[in-house]
Design a protein around this ligand. Structure first.
Ligand code: ARE
Ligand code: CA
Length: 482
């Protein structure tokens, strides 16, 4: 079992230092960290546009999510696997998830619900089909020819490993100039390619899009992304996918000058803590564990890749423990959290529920779709995040093992008991104003009433309660009854 040094006393100082950490890489001004008071992102992965729109209105807006992240919207190769979306064929906004008109309507509807839209932007490569074919919207293409967009001179041919594929992640040149699983690798150093990519992103911005998740960012030099960003028509939120790999030369920190970076160590470390270590170790989670500076770090318990391939993370299959891990993420002021929303699957490649033509069906939660972002614990903790925004951590307490507690100073308090036994009759110091608060882990606060247990904080900031095994209690000033 790994032991980590406890540094509770330094916690507030460490977090503060992280928030103030200077951005060191020179690049166009970065819009790092989603702006606005509602910062939690719901990743409605593989949802079609009409379903995203209605979810913005009925769930995401009301629950306080600030952003929705959607799957790649551009034309892609045909097929029923989910990953066809990651093989662009043209930049027409027409895919198995919907038409351009549906996409535009979705953006407008989400905005009206107070939810901004982040698009998964696939700009490192085009398709990986040796035989070529016809794309979703009817565009014909060859592996290295995309009429009207790119010709053979717009791609890298690294000439290594017999097939131009990346084999050695220890070699920077190979990682950025060879092909990721046979995907035709764009010459992102070329001004023509940069301009074409920026034109696509600007088209999305013109439709009202608020940010981009830059797919496969590790496979493009940070300077290439900066150059593309420099061609954008307005400033926008950017989060880059650079999976930290031990010993690899291309590092997540190279990209922080462009915007946020996904911190893949977060989900792995959190899973290990919940599965085989101690929650008590979380008292300095984040920078204290060597993760990216908080203000440029994008975090999640799992994403579509880690729940399938990389492994070692908690997923919807872990049920209650997954909910607790998300509750911790949303309560803990490190990074910008994304809540994953999945469809259930047994075959790694299987696409979401779709019709006979592979067109994605409307989402029906809890029927083929897991909708983790709606799980009451997770959805209610978004309100906790919003209500505690900007408040530091205080009153950290742990029992040395799996029972922890902390306040978000003056705004909220959570205790998580991941022991195999209930802890009954204990009192907790919250430092919160006296009052009756809704326990948002077990109840939903709505319009002044609470559907679950009510926690009474006394005049000295204490409350007494029982916490069952593998359970939690969370209260915050946004869900106070009196
Ligand atoms: C599919 C087939 C392939 C076929 C290819 C072309 O599976 O067999 O050769 O099509 O026909 C997704 C799927 C792939 C799929 C691809 C295109 O996962 O299976 O290929 O779409 O349809 C690396 C990258 C990282 C990447 C992961 C998956 O660094 O950027 O691999 N993640 C993003 C997306 C993926 C997506 C792509 C990129 C491509 O999130 O969903 O692929 O657009 C270590 C390294 C990591 C490395 C990891 C896995 O951890 O540190 O950098 O991640 O190993 O190799
Ligand atoms: Ca590349």
């Amino acid at each position: 079992m790994l032991r980590r040094r406890r540094r509770s006393a330094l916690l507030a100082v460490g977090l503060l230092a992280g928030l103030l950490a200077p951005v060191t890489v020179a690049a166009p001004p970065a819009t790092a960290t989603p702006s606005g008071s509602k910062k939690v992102i719901a990743n409605l992965w593989e949802w079609n546009w009409p379903s995203v729109a209605s979810e913005c209105t009925t769930v995401l807006g009301p629950k306080g999510y600030g952003y929705v992240q959607v799957s790649p919207p551009q034309e892609h190769v045909r097929g029923n696997q989910w990953w066809v979306a990651y093989q662009p064929v043209s930049y027409r906004i027409e895919s198995r998830k919907g038409t351009r008109a549906q996409f535009q309507s979705m953006v407008n509807t989400c905005h009206a619900a107070g939810v901004k839209v982040i698009v998964d932007a696939v700009i490192n490569h085009m398709s990986g089909q040796d035989a070529g074919g016809t794309g979703w919207a009817g565009s014909s293409y060859q592996h290295y020819t995309y009429p009207g967009n790119y010709q053979s001179q717009d791609f890298h041919y690294c000439g290594r490993n017999g097939n131009n594929d990346i084999a050695n992640y220890g070699d920077r040149y190979e990682v950025q100039n060879c092909e990721l699983v046979n995907l035709a690798d764009l010459k992102t150093e070329s001004d023509y390619v940069r301009t074409r990519l920026a034109t696509y992103l600007n088209d999305l911005l013109s439709l009202g899009v608020d940010g981009f998740r830059m797919d496969a960012s590790k496979h493009m030099p940070a300077a290439d992304i900066a150059a593309i960003k420099g061609k954008l028509s307005r400033s926008t939120y950017i989060v880059q996918e650079v999976i930290y790999g031990a010993g690899e030369p291309v590092l997540p920190t190279e990209y922080t000058g462009n915007g946020d970076v996904h911190e893949f160590r977060y989900g792995k470390d959190l899973a290990r803590v919940f599965r085989s270590e101690r929650l008590a170790y979380l008292s300095n989670f984040g920078e204290g564990w060597g993760h990216l500076p908080s203000n440029v770090s994008s975090v999640f318990v799992d994403n579509h890749d880690t729940q399938r391939d990389v492994g070692g993370v908690l997923t919807y299959r872990d049920r209650g423990i997954y909910a607790l891990a998300n509750a911790f993420m949303l309560a803990w002021p490190y990074g910008s959290p994304t809540v994953m929303s999945s469809y259930t699957y047994t075959n790694r490649d299987a696409g979401p529920p779709s019709d006979g033509n592979n067109k994605t069906l409307n989402t029906t939660c809890y029927s083929g779709w897991e909708c983790e972002h709606r799980w009451p614990v997770i959805a209610n903790m978004v309100g906790f995040r919003n209500a505690t925004e900007g408040a530091g951590v205080s009153n950290w307490w742990d029992n040395g093992y799996q029972h922890i507690a902390f306040s978000r100073t003056g705004k909220g308090f959570i205790t998580i008991n991941d022991e195999d036994f209930a802890v009954n009759g204990r009192s907790y110091y919250t430092g919160l104003p006296a009052g009756r608060y809704c326990d948002v882990i077990h109840g939903t606060y709505d319009n002044g009433s609470c559907s679950g247990p009510v926690i009474t904080v006394d005049a000295n900031g204490w409350f007494a309660a029982n916490v069952p095994a593998h359970d939690a209690i969370a209260i915050h000033v946004g869900a106070r009854l009196s």
